[in-house]
Design a protein around this ligand. Structure first.
Ligand SMILES: Cc1cc2nc3c(=O)[nH]c(=O)nc-3n(C[C@H](O)[C@H](O)[C@H](O)COP(=O)(O)OP(=O)(O)OC[C@H]3O[C@@H](n4cnc5c(N)ncnc54)[C@H](O)[C@@H]3O)c2cc1C
Length: 458
């Protein structure tokens, strides 16, 4: 980037400590967890921004984007950089817009809606919400570090999804305010259905500056680990609890052996060769759950009141996308997929996968509520990586037998499996970022000619 732009940006921001060119910091803040994927590692290593800017307000972002638009500077938003598909990696250099300083929880409204800035860490929001009698409906296993803006920009769900669906479901995101990348950047409020124009668009069609997030009444949680001799018995029991409406739960995760052997800090809860289920269950139902698990052939290896986010062990540290991290620590060749099974044929689908791929495809199942309110078995299987061809063979075979795959080894919004068929994210990009300067290269169906056409019709 021409040094004159850095000097101009310093004038715009008026505080040079928030305009960072130190190469180590720029490098650190240009990366995320893309190295999770052996495919993305090859594509994204060495991609860097030129400067990191840390705004404090929507007004400051407007000024910066006005300058960026006039001078054709790419701008890539960043929350905490815990995304694992290279979502926040700037492909064309330019400005890394680090939102971490916009970290104010403005209000927890009496009806259970949190109003906050994008840089608020989800763990902080959970703690504050609980003080007011509420809690997050769903959160990623990176809750402690991840920001709410990044969760809306690039995340999907996690702990709590078994009860409350994904972030995109059940009007969990009530409204989003974004700043646009136009000659005169606007601040636009998206409410109701219009939030889907911005959700999971990877910061390609606006910078999120304020969020209204629906919460749910707080529950006193306990954690419980049950060990089963066979995967089939564990899966049956996990499914029974996950789909049983009477159970108040936040997490039902089934790991086949040897996945539990990767969890070194809590290895004592994992008897050799057993399948484990991790539960977060209402404390009022803990005794009943333990009795049911024992009746179903399980043994309880850990059970305690949930210790809060700052104490350990925290079972969620081993679930959702964290499972893969533990597997990779054990053997770097492990990677992962993200799958949705058919609840009516899941056992047959799993049988076919085992028959075809054997131990290359290990079952880590997460139960989740879908948008229609049905609890279905999903999976973030731990897969053994040998070649890209073999990985694609696994993805193709899943799709052939009716298993949905959100491919975590692609670096664009459309390929990741959460792109909306109604194109609303693309249409919003055409209106709000006609030059394609926001996180360029990540929305591959966007072309600036169509953008011009789209912008004219507005
Ligand atoms: C070990 C591990 C476990 C994980 N578990 C889960 C999980 O359970 N569920 C899940 O959904 N994800 C999971 N993830 C992915 C990631 O942690 C979450 O999606 C998280 O919410 C991202 O937040 P972040 O602040 O780190 O976002 P970032 O990585 O900084 O950004 C994510 C995307 O959002 C965009 N963005 C950030 N801020 C803004 C903004 N203000 N305006 C517009 N766009 C913005 C960025 O440009 C980027 O495209 C996991 C990742 C890892 C490494």
């Amino acid at each position: 980037m021409d040094p004159k732009h850095i000097a101009e940006i310093r004038l715009i921001i008026g505080d040079s400590s928030r305009v960072i060119v130190n190469p180590q910091i720029v490098e650190q803040l240009s990366r995320d967890f893309y190295w999770y994927s052996p495919v993305l590692r090859k594509q994204l290593d060495g991609k860097l921004g030129d400067v990191v800017v840390q705004p404090l307000s929507a007004a400051e972002i407007q000024k910066l984007l006005r300058y960026g638009y006039a001078n054709n500077l790419p701008v890539t938003a960043r929350g905490a950089g815990t995304g694992n598909y290279g979502q926040a990696v700037p492909l064309e250099g330019g400005v890394v817009l680090d939102l971490s300083r916009m970290d104010r929880i403005e209000e927890i409204q009496p009806e259970g809606v949190a109003v906050c800035q994008p840089g608020v860490r989800l763990g902080e929001l959970e703690n504050e919400a609980r003080k007011a009698g509420w809690e997050l409906r769903c959160y990623p296993s990176t809750i402690i570090k991840a920001s709410i803006g990044g969760f809306l920009g690039g995340g999907s769900g996690g702990i709590g999804t078994v009860a409350h669906g994904y972030l995109r479901d059940f009007q969990t995101v009530r409204a989003i305010e974004v700043v646009t990348m136009e000659p005169e950047p606007r601040v636009i409020l998206h409410e109701g259905e219009a939030v889907h124009e911005i959700l999971h668009a990877w910061g390609t069609n606006g910078i999120i500056t304020r969020i209204w997030l629906a919460l749910t009444p707080a529950v006193e949680w306990s954690q419980c680990v049950a060990a089963f001799d066979s995967f089939a018995a564990a899966f049956d029991f996990g499914e029974k609890i996950a789909t049983g409406a009477q159970w108040i739960k936040r997490l039902v995760t089934v790991f086949e052996w040897p996945i539990p052997s990767f969890f070194t800090p809590i290895r004592k809860y994992a008897p050799e060769g057993k399948t484990l289920i991790f539960f977060m269950i209402a404390s009022s139902q803990l005794a009943e759950l333990e009795a049911a698990a024992q009746e179903g052939g399980g043994t309880i290896t850990h059970s305690a009141v949930y210790p809060g986010l700052n104490a350990r062990p925290l079972l969620s540290d081993y679930t959702w996308n964290h499972t893969t991290l533990w597997a990779m620590r054990s053997d770097e060749a492990y990677t992962y997929l993200q799958c949705g099974f058919n609840p009516d044929t899941v056992r047959e689908q799993m049988r076919q996968l085992r028959e075809r791929f054997g131990q290359e495809f290990l079952f880590h199942m997460e139960f989740m509520k879908n948008g229609e309110g049905r609890v279905i078995p999903g999976a973030i299987p731990v897969v053994y990586y040998t070649t890209e061809e073999r990985l694609n063979e696994m993805i193709d075979f899943c799709r052939e037998i009716g298993v949905f795959v959100a491919n975590p080894h692609v670096n664009n919004v459309e390929g990741g499996g959460r792109y909306r068929a109604d194109n609303v994210q693309l249409l919003a990009k055409q209106r709000y970022d006609p030059k394609g300067l926001l996180n360029p290269g990540k929305m591959i169906t966007f072309h600036s000619e169509s953008a011009t056409a789209g912008a004219k019709t507005k």
